[in-house]
Design a protein around this ligand. Structure first.
Ligand SMILES: Nc1nc2c(ncn2[C@@H]2O[C@H](COP(=O)(O)OP(=O)(O)OP(=O)(O)O)[C@@H](O)[C@H]2O)c(=O)[nH]1
Ligand SMILES: [Mg+2]
Length: 366
């Protein structure tokens, strides 16, 4: 009888992962049976399409079927039941696993061998990479992750912060990769303070540009004002050995949408300076685990996730970088053991910046 407000007796699970082409079936029990059922998708009423959606009620069993799952079917679905006494609702996040649209390398050993045996141009003793991006984007964690892979153990030298609004990295440090024990590789990373909103906050773009050109000395402590030529530590006549050979822009997948234009504009200013130097540039998109629940449980599906593809498009649009220069990844941040799926994504990204940096050094006339 319709004399009580409707109530779901069983609930939908929080999340359902389906493959493209599959039939999605969402079912739950509702009481009483005299109800009107509607569906919301992403909190807006869903207009049921013939041949795509089937909403039916068999006594107390209410079901929504979505035929031939495709990219556009991903989203939050809410079943809403109503009668003259009230209403109830029940939601589920449906994730559609896409066909892989980019390949992840298969062998970690092959990637490591390639990088360990890579012969760099003899003009420089090492290829140098600079990481820049917003505060807390995961720049220091990238260095920790790469060092962990080459040391084959979790590594925490480049201090990563617990999330706070202010940059944790305050000095210009060089982090060589590998060690005497594990084998040295000719790659070095530089980590700078994070960019913050507002002209006088966070890292100065002029300092990052000076670092790209090789003017900033090792272990320099960043100041509230940018370093000037008058500073006695300023390297006034840098060579290719002092310069950076590839700029890596770091953006966190979970925050790229809400990142302020002022931080993005600072990143663009740095990118424009790198372009003027003919310097290669790549984007490392961190924290993919925080952006898609499917990836949190299975990182190897990163190129099957619609959410991650969307976030990469956003990085591409906001920074003006082509998709093939964007590398999604997860850093080690709470783990005590290493994982091959984390390593493979990072090693692929590292391989690309190594090749790009080496090409840059080879063609550079300095
Ligand atoms: N879930 C997740 N957390 C991450 C990842 N990378 C970094 N973190 C966490 O994010 C926080 C900031 O990371 P950092 O590496 O310190 O970021 P940063 O860009 O160096 O920050 P600043 O030096 O302060 O500008 C830390 O709490 C990390 O543990 C990731 O891929 N996934
Ligand atoms: Mg840092």
């Amino acid at each position: 009888m319709g004399n009580t407000a409707p109530e779901f007796k069983t609930h939908l699970p929080a999340q359902l992962i389906v493959r493209a082409g599959e039939r999605i079936v969402l079912k739950c029990e509702v009481n009483p049976t005299e109800i009107t059922a509607t569906v919301k998708k992403n909190d807006h009423e869903l207009k049921l399409v013939h041949g795509k959606h089937i909403l039916k009620q068999e006594v107390t069993l209410l079901s929504l079927e979505i035929l031939n799952a495709e990219e556009g079917d991903e989203g939050k679905y809410t079943l809403v039941v109503t009668n003259n006494k009230g209403s109830d609702s029940c939601s589920i996040m449906v994730i559609v696993e896409l066909k892989p649209w980019r390949a992840i390398p298969e062998s970690q050993d092959e990637m490591l061998n390639f990088l360990r045996n890579y012969e760099i141009c003899e003009k420089v003793p090492e290829l140098r990479f600079l990481l820049h991006g917003p505060v807390g984007a995961g720049k220091s964690s990238i260095i920790n992750t790469i060092k962990s892979i080459f040391e084959n153990r979790p590594y925490h030298l480049s201090l990563a912060s617990a999330a706070s609004g202010k940059s944790f990295t305050l000095e210009y440090h060089k982090f060589p990769i590998g060690s005497e024990l594990s084998g040295q590789v000719p790659f070095a990373f530089y980590d700078v303070m994070g960019l913050e909103e507002g002209k006088s906050h966070g890292m100065h773009t002029d300092d990052i540009i000076s670092a790209l050109k090789g003017h900033i000395p090792e272990d320099y402590e960043f100041q509230p004002h940018a370093m000037t030529k008058e500073d006695k530590r300023y390297i006034s006549d840098p060579t290719l050995r002092d310069m950076i050979h590839c700029l890596v822009s770091v953006l966190p997948a979970d925050k790229v949408t809400i990142m302020s234009n002022s931080v993005i504009d600072k990143m663009k200013t740095v990118r424009a300076a790198a372009s003027a130097l003919g310097m290669p540039q790549m984007v490392f998109m961190t924290k993919v685990d925080e952006a898609c629940p499917m990836i949190k449980n299975n990182l190897s599906k990163v190129y099957q996730s619609k959410k991650i593809k969307e976030k990469m498009h956003e990085c591409s649009n906001r920074l003006g970088v082509p998709m093939n220069c964007i590398f999604p990844m997860k850093n080690y941040h709470e783990e005590t053991v290493l994982s091959e799926s984390v390593n493979l994504l990072m090693l692929e990204a590292l391989k690309q910046i190594v090749i790009a940096a080496n090409d840059y050094v080879e063609k550079s006339s300095k």
